[in-house]
Design a binder for this molecule. Structure first.
Ligand code: TYD
Length: 212
């Protein structure tokens, strides 16, 4: 693929949104053609799936149904938006991608890490990010930040601490296994310190790929 595909992962409250906005503004300032998408959602069908997934009315959703809906939303986003953009040489930043499904559904829900990874790769037509930033924050810190900004929690966020701890550990495990594309950052550090590391990494890869 001609473009560059960057994903951000982490627990809720890890600072993904802030860092994505900073990166987007910075790259735009460098004159790059860039799009930002989020998961689940990002397409007409994906946004409808997102409503089903996150609605508190669906508290008893079967875990396999949940996993398949995340994958369905992603298949739509990859085929309609991400692959066409990458083929045109654009930079795509995605707020969560299949590492979320592996960590949340595969590891924390216990559906099976390998199984969910294989299904995810099928859903993405084999598309793997070039760079994945993991903003790692302890469960308590993520929760505290969500409380401070007084944001409403979705169905998955209201889960118990044990579930979040499993996601936290799951992410670290996935990152260790995929060192070629993962950059683990301390999401508890100062925003600017975290961003400088992200910027350096992205600039390096853009130059390598001769996109800058
Ligand atoms: P998201 O909208 O990214 O939440 P936030 O903006 O707070 O990070 O994701 C919604 C919820 O869905 C979030 O609790 C994480 C969860 N999720 C999964 O369980 N599996 C997945 O594959 C994805 C993409 C998200």
């Amino acid at each position: 693929m001609k473009g560059l595909f960057i994903t951000f992962e982490g627990l809720d409250g890890s600072g993904k949104t802030t860092q994505i906005k900073l990166l987007h503004d910075f790259l735009r300032g460098e004159g790059l053609d860039i799009i930002v998408t989020r998961e689940p959602g990002g397409t007409e069908i994906g946004d409808r799936i997102r409503d089903i997934l996150l609605s508190k009315k669906h508290a008893g959703m079967n875990y396999r149904t949940e996993a398949l809906l995340f994958l369905a939303s992603r298949a739509e986003l990859v085929s309609k938006t991400i692959i066409p953009a990458l083929e045109k040489g654009r930079v795509v930043i995605c707020d969560r991608f299949f590492d979320s499904t592996v960590a949340y559904q595969g590891i924390a829900r216990g559906l099976g890490e390998e199984q969910i990874l294989n299904m995810s790769l099928w859903a993405t037509e084999g598309l793997i990010p070039d760079i994945t930033f993991l903003l790692s924050v302890k469960v308590s810190m993520g929760d505290e930040r969500i409380k401070i900004i007084n944001r409403k929690r979705d169905r998955i966020e209201v889960e118990k601490d044990l579930f979040k701890e499993k996601i936290y550990q799951g992410y670290l495990k996935i990152a260790q296994k995929n060192r070629d594309r993962f950059v683990i950052l301390n999401g508890g550090d100062d925003i600017q310190i975290v961003f400088d590391k992200i910027k350096d990494k992205v600039l390096g890869v853009l130059k390598e790929k001769k996109l800058l």
